[in-house]
Structure formats: structure tokens, C-alpha cells
Design a protein around this ligand. Structure first.
Ligand code: SF4
Length: 64
């Protein structure tokens, strides 16, 4: 699975990076970015939590 962030809607709150810092980090322009090409299996639960917690609902996952 791959994670995607629709950057134009990201409000830069940093929640996703707090929940799953392996997969998400903040870029210099204050938007979140995805660190990994493929989500490690043991991070999938945290990514799902980030999806549910994102106030802007801009995180999605897709099949590889
Ligand atoms: S939780 Fe959502 S709005 Fe907040 S930084 Fe992450 S992607 Fe952006």
C-alpha cells in the first residue's frame, strides 16, 4: 500500500507526523509529506489512525 496526501488541502497541523512519524513528516513548506514509497506492514494501523484523525481528510492509501 502507498500513502498519499492531497497537499492543497493539508493545513499543516502535524497530527499525522505525531501518529505515524515513520510514514509522515513535515516538509519545509509546512505541508505533510510521505516518507516511504511502500507503507511497512507494521505501520498500517498507525496510517489508518492518521487517516481517521486528519482534520482535513487529505490522507488516502492506494494499492501498489
Ligand atoms: S494530519 Fe492532515 S492536515 Fe494535518 S499535517 Fe497531516 S495531512 Fe496535513
Amino acid at each position: 500500500m502507498k500513502a498519499k496526501i492531497e497537499k492543497s488541502g493539508c493545513i499543516g497541523c502535524g497530527l499525522c507526523t505525531d501518529i505515524c512519524p515513520v510514514v509522515f513528516s513535515m516538509s519545509k513548506n509546512a505541508y505533510a509529506k510521505v516518507n516511504v514509497d511502500i507503507i511497512p506492514t507494521d505501520e498500517l494501523d498507525a496510517v489508518n489512525e492518521a487517516i481517521e484523525s486528519c482534520p482535513a481528510s487529505v490522507i488516502t492509501v492506494e494499492e501498489e
